[in-house]
Design a protein around this ligand. Structure first.
Ligand SMILES: *[C@@H]1O[C@H](CO)[C@@H](O)[C@H](O)[C@H]1NC(C)=O
Ligand SMILES: *[C@@H]1O[C@H](CO)[C@@H](O)[C@H](O)[C@H]1NC(C)=O
Length: 668
């Protein structure tokens, strides 16, 4: 009994001692290493380190420069400076000193006591300067939570979690990023990144006063032109705040998230990077501009940019428009960067109109600078408003958070700019003349007809295709100026496949043969020719439906249908050619092939496929069920990106016959 209580006493004593030492240690560690009290100075060589050790404030020289600057950097990567005090007043030597003086000023002086930088805030009796674990350098009055001054209000070229871009509507303050002049010179350069709020909120990179790149409008989830941002939304949620006091964009970081930053560099590129603890490097998560189509207004008014275009001509026109610079001698215009003009005039006056709307699916919405926005209206009413207003040229939903139930209304009355295809993009509804709807030149649109009429339509279509191919100039697969997948003549297909030569066969299935094809401009395509035995009446209908379905789908994880041919008894689909064939080759193949699928690559492939399937299951605005997802239907491009293939035909031809053990059937 006695022994037990003694033991207990010892344990308690030990615990008390231990906790005492621990508390002494933590206070010592925190010390004032992250703080400057009134009257304390920081000289070149000394630093402040935030309590958790993530950020360091001190003097540095960027790159090859020998000039000295006061800045804050990531402790893990001391050449990653995210904030600079004296951006355009560098110090010539190491005699600089940061003074927190008696009149409550944070002042940076050079060796001859000239002021290189200072912060302004109201004097407070117990002011203290502290570098917080968020990376924010704040001046506070004692332990008060409100700051008198903070570095987050004066961004350099980097946005950290908790920082904002936009406007403080009370103070008139403006938060924006300004790039460095060069990698070695932090003085403000020519590129800026701002949140634009005329119309819908958009992030814009400017070169002086010229727009260079826009992320597209905010749609409640992300910026419309950069849907891949939602990939890391769980770790770094984005937020756009619209309130009487501020209109801002910012993001936060989940407690377990790695260090991250968004930076606009001296070349105008914006990048989101995450610190990879494993490799000790910054990893780029997304970057903009990504391609030529991200160049602001690349294709001029009513142009539509397609970064994956079948040729090097990225610019096309929205449906119902033609390139302004088209010359009669070149029907297949190489590039319509000069913009597009309407083919058939609208018919709208005095409250009467015969116009209609056509959907341009999968796009980054046009610049909304001059657009009008009404968040209270739903898509149906938005359409009615646009219809009733003769000056309305296009409309779209604003907020897509409700999935299929899209709300808010944005209406364009001017020329539309900066339209491009984008994975997981939105629908734009475009006002077009009545004649664009009954015009025979739009084959796939005709097939929206009811199933009863479709047989008649097929006959009509086959005739029209034949008629059209007589007329059309033969010059390879035409560049697609509109959303519809172009049809090509059988003679062209024979040309590119060397008349369906056996030597060109790259694959064979129960219902089709796949040939390798070479376009005149050198691009390789895969040509899938359906076997005659598969061409029942149902087969014909299904073929047309696949073309129609594929026309509305655009995603980096889906194979692109480039063209089709439907002449007499030939049904042919032309796809992007995939160097690395399909996934089954690697999963079930020889050891050396299997070895090329390491776990990291498998994970990336799985993620890509999952994004593609998520897109099919509603991300595209419609629901498409593949019903035959299997390794053989996942193609792999030369960068090991997965491409889901075999739509419609797989479902339509294979499901009736294929063994279910091979087929994962996803029921709706
Ligand atoms: C801080 O700098 C000021 C001005 O150079 C000087 O007067 C003061 O003595 C310094 N204080 C400390 C604690 O070094
Ligand atoms: C918006 O209107 C202004 C003034 O007419 C014009 O300069 C600007 O180019 C327009 N912006 C867009 C995107 O249409």
């Amino acid at each position: 009994m006695m022994a037990t209580s003694q033991l207990l006493e010892h344990i308690i004593l030990l615990l008390l001692l231990l906790s005492f030492f621990l508390s002494v240690q933590t206070t010592a560690a925190a010390g004032f290493a992250d703080k400057l009290e009134r009257g304390q100075n920081l000289t070149d060589g000394e630093t402040l380190v935030s309590a958790g050790g993530s950020y360091t404030l001190g003097f540095f020289s960027p790159g090859v420069s020998t000039k000295r600057y006061l800045g804050i950097w990531f402790s893990v990567s001391n050449n990653t400076v995210y904030w600079v005090a004296n951006r355009d007043q560098p110090l010539g030597d190491r005699t600089g000193i940061l003074i927190f003086d008696d009149v409550d000023r944070l002042v940076l002086l050079d060796g001859s006591r000239r002021r290189a930088w200072s912060s302004n805030f109201l004097a407070a009796p117990a002011a203290v300067v502290q570098l917080l674990e968020s990376g924010n350098l704040v001046v506070r009055n004692g332990s008060s939570d409100t700051s008198l001054w903070q570095s987050f209000d004066h961004p350099s070229d980097t946005l950290l979690p908790g920082m904002k871009l936009g406007k403080n509507l009370w103070t008139g303050g403006d938060w924006q990023l300004t790039a460095w002049r060069s990698a070695d010179d932090p003085s403000p350069g020519d590129y800026r990144r701002t949140l634009e709020m005329a119309g819908l909120p958009e992030l814009v990179v400017w070169h002086r006063d010229v727009k260079k790149y826009s992320t597209g409008p905010w749609n409640g989830l992300n910026f419309n032109g950069v849907p891949e941002r939602s990939w890391f939304a769980d770790k770094y949620p984005l937020r756009v705040t619209t309130s009487p006091s501020e209109m801002t964009f910012g993001y936060t970081a989940a407690p377990d998230a790695f260090l991250t930053r968004v930076v606009v560099n001296h070349t105008g590129a914006t990048e989101r990077l995450v610190w990879d603890v494993g490799t000790g490097e910054w990893r780029s998560y997304c970057k903009g501009p990504r391609d030529t189509c991200d160049t602001y207004a690349r294709c001029g008014p009513f142009g539509l940019c397609d970064a994956g275009a079948a040729s090097s001509a990225f610019c096309g026109c929205v449906e119902g428009f033609s390139p302004v610079h088209a010359t009669p001698s070149s029907q297949e215009v190489k590039d319509s960067a000069g913009g597009c003009r309407r083919d058939a005039p609208l018919d709208c006056a005095g409250g009467k109109t015969t116009d209609g709307f056509k959907v341009v699916p999968g796009v980054k919405l046009p610049d909304t600078q001059n657009a009008s926005v009404d968040m209270e209206v739903e898509l149906e009413e938005c359409r009615d408003r646009c219809f009733a207003d003769c000056s309305c040229l296009a409309y779209a939903a604003v907020d897509i958070r409700g999935g299929g139930h899209r709300t808010g209304c944005v209406i364009w009355k001017d020329d539309i700019f900066d339209l491009r295809f984008v994975d997981g993009g939105q629908n734009l509804y475009l006002r077009l003349s009545k004649s664009e709807f009954d015009n025979r030149k739009r084959f796939p649109t005709l097939l929206v007809a009811t199933p009863v009429a479709s047989v008649v339509v097929i006959v009509l279509v086959v005739f029209l295709i034949w008629w059209r191919s007589r007329r059309r100039i033969i010059g390879g697969i035409p560049h697609n100026p509109t959303m519809a997948v172009p049809s090509v003549g059988l003679d062209i297909i024979r040309d590119v496949t060397q008349n369906f030569s056996n030597g060109n066969i790259i694959g064979q299935g129960g219902f089709s043969v796949v040939y390798k094809g070479l376009l005149p401009e050198g691009r390789t395509v895969a040509v899938k020719r359906l076997k005659q035995s598969a061409l029942t009446t149902k087969g014909n209908k299904d073929f047309a439906r696949e073309v129609e379905v594929m026309a509305g789908l655009r995603h980096g994880s889906l194979v692109r249908l480039l063209a089709y041919c439907s002449e007499s008894r030939e049904r042919i689909l032309v796809y992007e050619y995939m160097q690395n064939k399909s996934l089954n080759v690697y999963i079930f193949g020889a050891t050396n092939l299997r070895a090329s699928l390491n776990w990291a690559r498998r994970l990336e492939l799985l993620k890509g496929i999952a994004h593609g399937v998520a897109y099919l299951h509603g991300g595209s605005g419609e629901s498409v069920i593949h019903r035959d997802l299997k390794p053989g239907n996942i193609l792999v491009d030369d960068e090991w990106n997965p491409k889901i293939a075999d739509f419609g035909t797989a479902k339509l031809f294979a499901v009736d016959h294929a063994g279910l053990d091979q087929t994962i059937v996803v029921s709706p």
